[in-house]
Design a protein around this ligand. Structure first.
Ligand SMILES: [Fe+2]
Ligand SMILES: [Fe+2]
Length: 135
């Protein structure tokens, strides 16, 4: 069963970013399913890598757009991205070293962070970027 669902409520009205958010939701669910199926350490690690890499790619796309159109909230938004990326990189490192396990609370943390970030921060660029011509 999926742990997270993309709904219209999460739409930032920019097609590229909605698609990328959907893909992030898919990757979270893929990680959760693999964990529930008790897949091995390296299989879970590979999905965690995929999620980390895709998060970085997505954040770059948002940052490029915010910068291109001089979005006033750019610095604060970028800072949030950086904090999350460093937290996830640290988690990935600890997982690879074997000092932590993939647990429900960990997946909950990722899910909640992404959801809250879309609702509170990404929504903040929505009208601005749409008015700037993005769709
Ligand atoms: Fe963002
Ligand atoms: Fe986003």
């Amino acid at each position: 069963m999926p742990i997270m669902k993309w709904t219209e409520q999460l739409s930032v009205k920019v097609g590229l970013f909605d698609d990328e958010h959907k893909k992030l939701v898919d990757l979270i669910n893929k990680l959760f399913d693999a964990m529930e199926r008790r897949e091995g350490h390296s299989a879970l690690g590979a999905i965690l890598n995929e999620l980390t890499d895709y998060t970085v790619t997505h954040f770059h796309h948002e940052e490029e757009a915010m910068k291109k159109y001089n979005f006033p909230g750019f610095d604060a938004h970028k800072k949030e991205h950086e904090n999350f990326v460093s937290k996830v990189a640290d988690t990935k490192k600890k997982y690879e070293e074997g000092s932590i396990m993939l647990t429900i609370p960990l997946i909950d943390f990722l899910t909640t962070w992404i959801k809250e970030h879309i609702l509170k921060s990404d929504m903040g660029y929505s009208t601005f970027l749409v008015n700037a011509g993005m769709k």
